[in-house]
Design a binder for this molecule. Structure first.
Ligand code: SF4
Length: 359
């Protein structure tokens, strides 16, 4: 990695110890204990930029909950393994770096590294790891050999944790596969390090259009002037941008927060695509929003803002992604209560698509 660019220096200056963190914000005893207890499993890691967005004197600041560990992460439901999306994902991994759950599309994960650790992340606890060249070849061959793959989602970890050269390798290799029409890149990295969006990154991505950049914002306070400038550069270069993010208790489970975020994103040409709710993994139960509340939240946006400021509300049930828009709060709440997860195998939508087409 070159060290000449500011974003690379910003990546290197992330906070990874309790003592560094305490120089910037006052920690509670519980937060100190959590940082110590989670030192190995999921260590604290916060960019200096993100820390500058926190109110250091507000223990309930939503942004603080995104990045500062708490003892709630130590609480694992006794049946939590049944709901562990990350463990479920392992059933769909034909080779390292690929998750192929649905027909026609797959996840490609070149790295599991991130410039900060979100405390809600369902991939938490995975060790930072870049795919080796050998594994990269196997993963790319998997995509080359399956002509049904038309949509490749480059994710991680964080694809923008990679250098421009590494990312160029992945994007150009996938773009060279004739049957792949769409390349999506998911990222929260610029939210932690806005300097990551450089003109050279944008130019490189624009060479491989159509590229869909998928951001995962949680709160309007994450949209800083520097980041807005980077997003405008992407829009000017013809990169399509979407927003998808989780609905999290105490962080963004408020219609005013969602409305402000989505309206500001749309003004920047980032279209809210979906809000995901009800996804569970060990140590994240304290972020879980009640099903009825989730449905009411999105319903509250209807007719109060532009239609495309209202995201789909989705969850995963029986291994299938389900859009909840238009469901009554009762139906949504019942769905969340009843979603059976153990032994999930073939998604229901796959079964119906496998039936003979109408003539
Ligand atoms: S940046 Fe993305 S992959 Fe990394 S911890 Fe946060 S949500 Fe998970």
């Amino acid at each position: 990695m070159k060290h000449g660019d500011r974003w690379q220096r910003d990546y290197e200056k992330v906070i990874t110890t309790q003592s560094e963190l305490e120089r910037i914000i006052k920690l509670s005893d519980g937060e100190r204990n959590a940082i110590e207890e989670l030192r190995t499993e999921y260590p604290v890691k916060i960019s200096r930029h993100y820390l500058s967005l926190l109110d250091p004197n507000d223990p309930d600041d939503p942004l603080r909950k995104v990045v500062v560990p708490t003892m709630d992460e130590m609480v694992h439901r006794t049946d939590g393994h049944k709901d562990d999306v990350h463990a479920d994902e392992a059933k769909f991994q034909p080779c390292p770096g690929i998750v192929h759950r649905y027909p026609g599309k797959l996840l490609l994960m070149p790295t599991l590294g991130c410039p900060s650790h979100c405390r809600f992340c369902f991939r938490k606890g995975r060790k930072v790891q870049h795919l080796s060249q050998k594994d990269a070849d196997v993963a790319l061959d998997y995509i080359r050999n399956d002509e049904s793959i038309r949509d490749v989602i480059i994710t991680g970890g964080e694809p923008l944790f990679l250098s421009d050269e590494e990312l160029h390798f992945w994007v150009s290799s996938v773009r060279a596969i004739e049957h792949v029409q769409i390349i999506r890149i998911t990222s929260r990295a610029p939210i932690y390090v806005p300097s990551r969006i450089t003109q050279s990154l944008v130019d490189m991505l624009a060479e491989h259009r159509p590229i869909y950049m998928i951001f995962s914002f949680l709160h309007a306070r994450e949209l800083t002037p520097e980041l807005e400038k980077g997003i405008r550069m992407m829009a000017d270069a013809g990169i399509v941008m979407l927003q998808q993010g989780p609905l999290l208790k105490g962080i963004n489970d408020d219609p005013h927060v969602m409305k402000e975020l989505n309206e500001r994103l749309v003004a920047l040409q980032v279209i809210p695509y979906y809000t995901i709710w009800g996804i569970s993994s060990p140590g994240t139960e304290h972020f879980m929003v009640d099903g009825e509340h989730a449905s009411n939240l999105v319903a509250a946006l209807e007719n109060t803002t532009s239609g495309f400021c209202v995201p789909h509300l989705i969850t995963i049930a029986r291994g299938d992604k389900v859009r909840m828009m238009g469901w009554s709060p009762d139906k949504a709440a019942a769905h969340l209560r009843n979603r059976p997860r153990a032994g999930a195998s073939t998604p229901i939508s796959t079964n119906i698509m496998n039936a003979a087409p109408h003539k």
